[in-house]
Design a protein around this ligand. Sequence first.
Ligand code: FE2
Ligand code: FE2
Length: 305
Amino acid sequence: MAGRLYIPVRSSQLQYYIRVPLFFETAPGVYQLYKSPGMGISDVRIRQAMHPRLYIQQNDRMAAAAEVQKGFNREIARSIETGDVTSVKASLCSLVAETLAEPRAGMLQSLPQTMEVLVSGYSKQPGLLRMFATISNKDYSTVIHSVNVMALTLGYCFHSGVSLRETRRLGLSALLHDVGKSEIPSDILQAPRKLTDKEFEIMKAHPSIGSRIIKEINRLGEDIALGALEHHEKLDGSGYPKGMLNISFSGQIIGIIDCYEALTNEDRPYRRAMDPLETLNIIKSDVEAGKFDRTLFEKFCYSLL
Ligand SMILES: [Fe+2]
Ligand SMILES: [Fe+2]
């Protein structure tokens, strides 16, 4: 069986592989079937790690991503039903971590279904949403930031009476707004200081990269890409990448929420995380300077109450 390409599977995902066959390496570059399609691996085996390092075949990559995502979706739906908001967030963070690690590997394509599960779950239990973005996270990262921005965006949508269809669309756009950071070098993303001008120039490419990645997935539609492309634009033209004056609705709302989320949650060595009121006051001065839309900002404030 040598010669074909095999990709290692994360052990945290093993439980989801039913239809996709798994393989193990018997000698360097030689792989043998571990489980056939249709079989699962028992929980005990997974929990006690009673298995060798497992692999999927390169050809099964898309099917594997779809199967893993379905598993995540089932778990998220179950946790919403039982009101276990911490588990919902943990599952969603793993899913987004996978997607951001390799946006083209297939996970991105099934995210609309995940959003459907979230929006329908939350419209039944809106109280959960409020807790979602405030659960503290030890390791603040693009993943957690993206999930928080999505939760705040869904909160805004439910509060402002946005249709469910539009809510799903905006939620997805918010979840993916920083997907372009997957192509920014991690020493820039994680720099424990303010970025140099040169580094900031590189960082400024993430909206265009993100929009390009999203557009490559034709199921997602061009409008989802707008949130990624325009979330750093400002109404007075001082934003990036284009310095445009006419910004889409999703670019504007995700832009405000992105600022709010980063300022309230991101503790950097050179800047502490701020409390919500302090943050809203900072954004308010940006509204007064003509950078953000006043009505949108006010609606967002009310959605936090
Ligand atoms: Fe961004
Ligand atoms: Fe962001």
